[in-house]
Structure formats: structure tokens, C-alpha cells
Design a binder for this molecule. Sequence first.
Ligand SMILES: [Zn+2]
Length: 378
Amino acid sequence: MAIRFEIIKIDPSGARLGRLTTPHGTIDTPAFMPVGTAGTVKAMTQEALEGLNVNLLLANTYHLYLRPGHELIRRMGGLHRFMAWRGAILTDSGGFQVFSLADLRKVNDEGVRFRSHLDGSEHVLTPEKAIEIQRALGSDIGMLLDECTEYPATHERAASATRRTIAWARRSKKEIETTSASEANPEQAFFAIVQGGIHKDLRRESAAELVALDFPGYAIGGLAVGEPHEISCEIARETAACLPAEKPRYVMGVGKPEQLVDYVRCGADMMDCVLPTRNARNGYLYTNEGPLHIKNAEFMDDPRPIDEACACTVCRRYSRAYLCHLFRANEILGAILNTHHNLYFFLDIMKAIREAIAFGNLSRFSSELQARLEAGHP
Ligand SMILES: [Zn+2]
């Protein structure tokens, strides 16, 4: 068994407290995965991630395939060894980046033809190729290639992408079963991705077909692409209800701090988002009283920490004035400290969510958190 998932408690809202065991350790769920695009969570050392108790991170197949190349990483003994990471790794299929970053992409039933955003070289990503690349990387959890749709997408457009994604899942399943497992990680598991845009009938069809193929876990893709948050949650909830209760569910690419608990209440066990890390590098910091822009002049002589209620090592030591100076002087340390705080902030919310499920007070926690975070929004 590649991964094991155990549900400890289910909240009346549908939120699940669980434990995901992978070949590289056990993760308490619901879990937030920091994004390590190119085999690095930008501005964080692996030691610093360990210090934040990160035990699962996401790496992007598209980026690693183009640079340094999956064959090089295979020769280096797989991604864990290459990046000296002892915890678990989930890799995406590369599909989302191909659809959002690559130039001149052409999709047909065979796969996606695209040009690298780095050097313009031409590549073809097929469901089989996505498995081959991720096996070379040796992640603990890989994802099947899917066709992502933009928002808004008509029913016809979403239906075509959904059916193509189902057909690609069948090919992926065959590829997984008829070819050799990852040398770097023989216990690697692959999750299928439910698509269907905001169309509930398509979500149900997509989930039913993928569940019939029996994967060890399922992702809900195509959310947080511009649709209103209420619709996003409704679709997540509806889709989660069509997935097997005993298997992990990963809602891809979400969300803002105040939204994490909403997705958890829709039944999400895993989430990932670039917001804490990307925003940190832009000087956008999350606090319990709403976000702040550290570059603003008001912080130049502010001796307080980023967030007085935050227990992270940055807030215990450094002032807003210093962080404002580092940002304005374009010093590397600014990105490092900002990223550390933002990641701590997201991970701390997830920890509080898990505790609230355990103590049976998630709905009270959720309304208090919402009120607190939204009060400070500009
Ligand atoms: Zn902090």
C-alpha cells in the first residue's frame, strides 16, 4: 500500500481530522502544503521548513521537467535526495502550468503540445509522459494529467475537458499498472483530478468515472480560478460528496487564510497555495488583524512585530521598522523573514483548525476567525 489514510474524527460540518501516511512520514490532516515550485520553497531552507514542522510540500513537475530535467533528478536518486528533503513530496502533473505558463499550447486527445516559457523549445506532455516524469522525480504522491478549464467556461467547453480528463485517467491507470514503478520511490501513489468547472452534473460525472477507476486519492481541480468563493465552496462540497469517504481529498490551489477553513468544512484533507510565499516576497504579510504591506511608510519607524499575536521566530525578534527597511533596500533577508512569517501564519491556522475539529468547536472557530481576519481587510 503506497499511502495509508486514516480518519480520526468527522465534524458535523463535514470537516475531517485525519492522518496520511506516506513513504516519507505521516502528515496530520487537514494539511496545507507549501509550494516548492522548482524543488525549493522560495526563500526557505529545508532546515527552516523543518523548523516550521512542514512534512509535506508540493513541487511542480512542469518546472522540474524543463529545468534541471527529470532525467537528471532520476540520476541524482530522485527529488527527495536531490533537494535533501526527508519529508513527503506531492508533485502536480504539469498540466496546470502548461495551461497557464507555456506558450503556443495545443491540446488534443493525445496530450498537450507546448513551448517552454524558458527557451521556446517544443514539448509534448501526454498522460503517459506525466507518469514517466513523476516516477523519475519519485514523489510520494503524483497527479494524473488533466485538462484545466478557465473560468468562466461554458457547459460544452467544461464537458469536453472533463471527458478528456477521464479518458486521460484511463490511460494513466493503464500506464501505472503496465510499466515499472518509480525506482526512487517504489511506493509512489497517484491521485486523479476531478474537473467539471462550476457545472455540478459534470463534477458528478467526472467523480463517478474516476472513482470507478479506483485511485488511492482524489483531487478537486479547477477551483480558485476566478469564480466567486461561495460557488467555489459549493462545488468543492458537492464534488467531495461524490468521492469515497475513506480516501484523501486534495483541493488544488486554495486558498486565502480566511478561506482555508471553508474548504476544510467542504471535506478537504489537503490544500496548497502560493499566496503565503509569493505575497511574502512582495511584502504582503498576513496578520490576525488583516494583511499589511510592509513597504508602506507608516512602518518605517514602527517598533512592533509584524503581528503581536504571532508566535513565529520572526515576530519574536524583528520589528516592522527593520522589515520595512529590508524590503525597501531590496535585501534578501527581507524575503526570507517575510516568507517565514507568512508560512507560519498559514500553518498555524491549519493547526488551529485541526484542534478545533478535535475539540468539536470548528463552527465557532470558523466564525471567530472569519470575523477577525475580515475586520482588518482594507
Ligand atoms: Zn510571525
